[in-house]
Design a protein around this ligand. Structure first.
Ligand code: CU
Length: 150
């Protein structure tokens, strides 16, 4: 799937928690049992802002494997439901990729820290309940999940 080779998000974009006038919710990442070995120290926060610019999502994690590629998606269920369930889609049954889904890609630095921010012109409402982080090389693995505090 060539779409997984693309970059989604910009680490230097205005983060969701600084979006003026937007409604912002956040969640702390919890480790999932499906995480690969070496990920026990991963922790961080996800933010979801909705406002005039649509939806802005920011992910920030530490304790990742240094210099590795990661992908995060908005998911449609809470972390307690099979680690976030299916991907959130603006149009259910539509294309399984952006802009119908919200994806973020990022690479951890040499200290194991990774962050990025992505925008989507539409608002998720309360349809996207969690952000799930995967290792890019093993997208079936779910490392950690953050429930948004709507
Ligand atoms: Cu996902």
């Amino acid at each position: 799937m060539s779409d997984t080779n693309m970059t989604y998000g910009d680490p230097s974009a205005t983060p969701a928690y600084k979006m003026a006038g937007a409604d912002v919710v956040k969640g702390a990442f919890k480790l999932l049992d499906t995480r690969p070995p070496g990920m026990d120290g991963a922790k961080g926060t996800a933010w979801l802002a909705q406002g005039a610019k649509g939806t802005t999502v920011t992910v920030s994690l530490t304790g990742l494997k240094p210099g590795h590629h990661y992908m995060a998606h908005l998911h449609a269920q809470h972390c307690s439901a099979a680690g976030g369930g299916e991907h959130f889609q603006f149009t259910k049954g539509g294309p399984a990729k952006p802009p119908n889904e919200v994806w973020l890609t990022f690479t951890s630095d040499k200290t194991g820290k990774g962050t990025t921010t992505v925008n989507n012109a539409k608002k998720t409402g309360k349809g996207a309940l969690a952000l799930v982080v995967h290792p890019m090389e093993a997208m079936d693995n779910r490392i950690a999940c953050a429930d948004f505090d709507f």
